[in-house]
Design a protein around this ligand. Sequence first.
Ligand SMILES: NC(=O)c1ccc[n+]([C@@H]2O[C@H](COP(=O)([O-])OP(=O)(O)OC[C@H]3O[C@@H](n4cnc5c(N)ncnc54)[C@H](O)[C@@H]3O)[C@@H](O)[C@H]2O)c1
Ligand SMILES: N[C@@H](CCO)C(=O)O
Ligand code: NA
Length: 430
Amino acid sequence: MMRTRPLKVALLGCGVVGSEVARIMTTTADDLAARIGAPVELAGIAVRRAGRVRPGVPEHLITTDAEALVNRGDIDVVVEVVGGIEPSKSLLLSAFEQGASVVSANKALLAQDGTELHAAAAAAGVDLYYEAAVAGAIPLLRPLRESLAGDKVNRVLGIVNGTTNFILDKMDTTGAGYSEALEEATALGYAEADPTADVEGFDAAAKAAILAGIAFHTKVTAADVYREGITEVTAADIASAKAMGCVVKLLAICERAADGESVTARVHPAMIPLSHPLASVREAYNAVFVEAEAAGRLMFYGPGAGGSPTASAVLGDLVAVCRNKLAGATGPGDSLYTRLPAKPMDEVVTRYHVSLDVDDRAGVLAQVASVFAEHGVSIDTVRQQGRDGDASLVVVTHRATDAALSATVDKLRALDSVRDVASIMRVEGE
Ligand SMILES: NC(=O)c1ccc[n+]([C@@H]2O[C@H](COP(=O)([O-])OP(=O)(O)OC[C@H]3O[C@@H](n4cnc5c(N)ncnc54)[C@H](O)[C@@H]3O)[C@@H](O)[C@H]2O)c1
Ligand SMILES: N[C@@H](CCO)C(=O)O
Ligand code: NA
């Protein structure tokens, strides 16, 4: 039977995502009510600046006082699509104190203070859902937390930032420049308010922390995630990847150590073979592989950014927390029972593509090869191209630890015959 008293929703933020949430809530109100078992009413929309034209957004609901909206006493659910740490964190804590459940798209906040926020939600007996925070529209956190709750996840690997995938894809396929591609991604609503979060890998690192925490049932924060962005990726790297039958992607990789005693989470550009399914992930699409002991390899794919895809995930969470409210229940919260520590990057083992500018003379190749050998880093292939007076040397290694590779590169830099270490990139997915 349908409850007639509506569930009241406070929407915090009405930008790229918030305006789409408001639009879908308004245009699909009857369907949402039928699915939930009660009408949902948009009770207020908090923004930073009033007076802007927001097509399709009811003007009378707009306020610049988010705190007053959250604390007005009759809010059942707070939807936070503001972003950033403050005032979002304080607003969420106020929502819990008021007995409201929260739906958020804020990966930066969840990756930094997720444990504290989950504890506050649990103490208040309400929900904290954030499917939109990782991989936009793709159902990923709920499958990990609920569908795979009976399995053991060992690895999560994927493309989780739409903006950087869009930029790398444009650079690779159309030869577009970096700035031009970034401008286009921003205009399409994919980039964060400050796109540094995207291009320097902070956004993907926050998502990796959230994924690792849920996948391995342990606390992982953004500070535990090794992070490199795409700002140092050059056209030469992309060309070198092509020559090897590879493509450059920004990857998030979360792994349980072979001994099961620790986890690692890292975000960095990597070369992956064209035959790998992630190589064909184009534009702002995201794709994530989850490797679980019983299930095997699962792949989640879809739009990872943009107003309407992200709003889809927010609305899905809104329906879920409303249903829980009506049932007088809460969904699954944080699960941190394994308490596995996050291991530093030094111990991660992978393959490397090292590009060097060297003197073009007898003995240099042998000298370079011996530095790799000294550090126990085995070479897979070497490609050399002579130029006027110097040569470009591209070395691809077998699997080695990050520590061994770093020591190798330090020693190479000190050689007179090595003029420059032009780039170092990991090779994944083989
Ligand atoms: N855009 C995407 O593709 C996407 C995808 C997934 C998740 N997200 C996340 O969703 C959130 C919102 O992203 P967006 O792209 O819509 O950002 P946006 O910058 O377009 O919108 C932010 C909104 O928050 C409002 N705001 C800012 N400070 C405020 C304050 N103090 N009080 C009230 N309102 C305030 C702004 O007025 C604006 O309406 C972020 O956490 C982002 O990481 C975005
Ligand atoms: N800026 C983010 C939004 C989606 O979380 C991205 O480009 O993936
Ligand atoms: Na998602």
